[in-house]
Design a protein around this ligand. Structure first.
Ligand SMILES: [Zn+2]
Length: 240
């Protein structure tokens, strides 16, 4: 069954069976009931065998993007299957689709949109979290994942390197029994590395404010990259 609501929702491999008109828990939009529409979800993720024996029905509530500006509460009724393949170590598995991986509480597109709003849209993490109806830690982690996907592993060549300290957060300490001293768990000081002459901006920010913090980060670059640095600008801090 592919109806207009299914098309509107645009989630492949699941069908909308009922979309309530009344307000959902968030008081903004409908509750949308989904069922699995593609039998390919019966394929065991471990061995690839097609399962024939259903164990039980479960209902999950993946969070998704708003539709037409309103938050929809999804209810996906799906099955848990037995894998009867003898050599397969997997006992049972639950149906999954690409947009809603196993155990995922958010659809992939909701995660991507939340991260992209910060990385590409210039929104703060707090604002993107509000706009997408997710918590700050989730918005922050999907932004970091988004950035990791699009940023190169190594920075491009830098002619003028800026090294500076930044204070953030609160320090945390823990008592170390063996040395009988307080050890830093979280350092309130970070060291930032900035491309001052090119367009790359902040290249890295590392927790700690010791000379080892600086040399470790520099050591992770290639020799060719270090050789390309002609000037280094630092503030008047002894560790630099
Ligand atoms: Zn299997």
């Amino acid at each position: 069954m592919v109806n207009d609501t299914t098309r509107l929702l645009g989630l492949a491999v699941v069908d909308v069976v009922a979309a309530g008109q009344d307000g959902n828990e968030s008081g903004q939009g409908p509750i949308v009931h989904l069922v699995t529409a593609d039998e390919s979800v019966r394929v065991c993720p471990e061995c690839g065998a097609v399962a024939a024996r259903a164990k039980e029905w479960v209902t999950t509530r993946p969070r998704d993007l708003p539709v037409a500006g309103r938050r929809c509460d999804l209810r996906w009724r799906k099955r848990r299957w037995y894998c009867d393949e003898q050599a397969c170590p997997r006992g049972t598995f639950t149906e999954r689709v690409a947009q809603v991986p196993a155990r995922a509480r958010l659809t992939v597109r909701l995660r991507q949109s939340t991260g992209a709003a910060v990385a590409d849209g210039g929104r703060t993490v707090v604002q993107s979290a509000r706009d997408h109806g997710v918590s700050w830690p989730i918005a922050c982690s999907v932004f970091a994942a988004h950035a990791a996907r699009v940023l190169p592993d190594q920075p491009g060549p830098v002619r003028v390197l800026g090294i500076g300290e930044t204070r953030r957060g609160r320090p945390r300490w823990a008592w170390d029994e063996t040395t009988a001293t307080w050890q830093t768990l979280v350092d309130r000081w970070h060291v930032g590395f900035v491309d001052l002459s090119g367009g790359q901006g902040l290249l890295g920010q590392v927790e700690g404010r010791t000379s080892a913090t600086v040399t470790t980060w520099l050591g992770e670059r290639t020799q060719a990259w270090r050789d390309g640095v002609v000037f280094v600008a630092i503030d008047m801090c002894t560790i630099f």
